[in-house]
Design a protein around this ligand. Structure first.
Ligand SMILES: Cc1cc2nc3c(=O)[nH]c(=O)nc-3n(C[C@H](O)[C@H](O)[C@H](O)COP(=O)(O)OP(=O)(O)OC[C@H]3O[C@@H](n4cnc5c(N)ncnc54)[C@H](O)[C@@H]3O)c2cc1C
Length: 403
């Protein structure tokens, strides 16, 4: 009988990164959804040989940074390829790094939509694969056995670029025990990760409302501009759902209400991004460009170069980017999540416990905190003004928009 397993980790600290399950030599650990829908390790004591590898691979219990960071360089940037920029969440810098990596014969590991739009990490080695892992997906991804596959690829002398949340990157590093030369890590500023159960309930609710099966999910769609990021969901019968961040219930529940993030995200231990990535990517919300006529509202990436390896790859892709040097202070306005964890909504546990018992919209109506009247008025004015400008085809923020 095992004395010490990953079960010593308190449930509110577990990030669900899958490092312990990947490290277990007897497959005694299965990641299973907990009552809130988040993946959590489940130990089969019959199979456990008490080797302790689940503990030494856990980024919360055993994490020691193996990234050698240098003075950070900060940039505002975007891909000069308009299609890539439009289809990416921020400025498409991830895709440009990925293309350079593929051209070197490397592999990519990132999150895609699997069967039934389930969010999971996968390893790809082609442009078609990159098309699938592009874009932020707003629920916790299933890492599966990707960490093991990455270790095997690296042992065979292959190169891998991994992109994930800071805790997933820390999980991979702790699982590997060091940072092999062929591994490049791109992390991102992370508000927090949402419950797959809440995401699933949202999709099923939309299918009920539209009476059709979902064929595509696209968060932070830029049809109405990057800053007003919209959720676009397409259905098999051709219908389209499209609502901006002020009206889409799922994104409101995430960024305005903090209603269904994983518990540990409210006290995240991995916000020191330089420890978990060669490069950090984010939205450059507060960007002020030297040339104000440049189109920031088509999506601008904040790029923080943390290591020499990060610098080398970023320099290689610069010719395919618009870029401008910035300071760390420029990066903070409008992006509190670089340093701070959002505070949980007091209705969080209730919301997650009632999922499946009530329609998604009714549960939101019951649990959403009402914004102050001044904020409601501001939202209404902002939303209304942008809709009118968009309808008459004016360029917002001096830039063009695709519809
Ligand atoms: C859950 C989440 C929260 C975020 N919170 C913030 C924030 O508060 N502030 C901010 O500035 N930026 C945040 N970002 C980062 C931002 O949305 C962009 O992903 C980032 O700027 C890269 O954009 P891009 O245009 O270069 O590339 P994109 O093509 O948009 O990059 C997407 C990359 O992110 C990976 N990815 C997508 N979804 C997930 C997921 N669920 N789990 C793990 N990896 C995933 C993909 O594999 C891909 O490699 C968040 C991203 C996610 C996924």
């Amino acid at each position: 009988m095992a004395e010490k397993t990953i079960e010593i980790l308190s449930s509110e600290k577990c990030t669900g990164c899958y490092a312990c399950a990947n490290a277990c030599p007897t497959d005694a650990i299965q990641m299973q959804p907990d009552a809130e829908g988040f993946p959590r390790p489940n130990v089969n004591r019959e199979r456990c040989i008490d080797c302790g590898r689940c503990i030494t691979s856990c980024p919360v219990l055993s994490y020691a940074s193996v990234i050698v960071s240098k003075p950070q360089e900060v940039y505002a940037a975007w891909s000069l390829d308009e299609k890539i920029r439009y289809e990416s969440t921020s400025g498409g810098v991830f895709s440009e790094l990925a293309i350079a990596w593929l051209n070197r014969g490397g592999f990519l590991c990132g999150a895609w939509y699997g069967e039934g739009h389930r969010i999971e990490h996968a390893i790809v080695d082609s442009r078609e694969g990159l098309d699938r892992i592009r874009q932020s997906k707003y629920a916790q991804s299933d890492i599966g056995t990707c960490f093991r596959c990455i270790r095997d690829l690296l042992r065979r002398g292959k190169q891998v670029l991994f992109c994930g949340s800071p805790c997933q990157c820390a999980g991979l590093l702790t699982f590997l025990g060091d940072k092999p030369d062929g591994l490049f890590i791109a992390n991102f500023v992370c508000r927090g990760t949402n419950s797959p159960k809440a995401y699933e309930a949202f999709l099923r609710w939309l299918e009920e409302c539209y009476g059709s099966i979902i064929s595509r999910v696209w968060f932070k769609n830029k049809a109405l501009g990057w800053k007003r990021f919209s959720t676009r969901v397409e259905f098999e019968d051709g219908q389209v759902y499209s609502k901006d961040r002020y009206h889409d219930l799922f994104i409101r529940g995430y960024i305005e209400q903090n209603l269904y993030m994983r518990e540990c995200c409210h006290t995240c231990e991995f916000r020191d991004l330089s420890r978990t990535g060669d490069i950090t990517l984010a939205d450059f919300w507060g960007v002020k460009l030297a040339d104000k006529t440049k189109d920031a509202d088509a999506g601008t990436s904040l790029v923080i170069v943390n290591t020499e390896f990060g610098r080398e790859l970023f320099e290689a892709v610069k010719p395919r980017l618009f870029w401008e040097h910035k300071s760390m202070e420029d990066a903070f306005p409008g992006n509190a999540c670089i340093t701070d964890s959002p505070e949980a909504n007091p209705m969080r546990s209730y919301f997650l416990s009632r999922l499946g018992e009530m329609p998604f919209d009714k549960l939101c109506a019951e649990c959403f905190k009402k914004p102050a009247a001044s904020k409601r008025l501001l939202y209404a004015v902002k939303g209304g003004a942008r809709t009118i400008l968009h309808a008459i085809g004016l360029k917002l923020f001096g830039g063009s928009m695709k519809g």
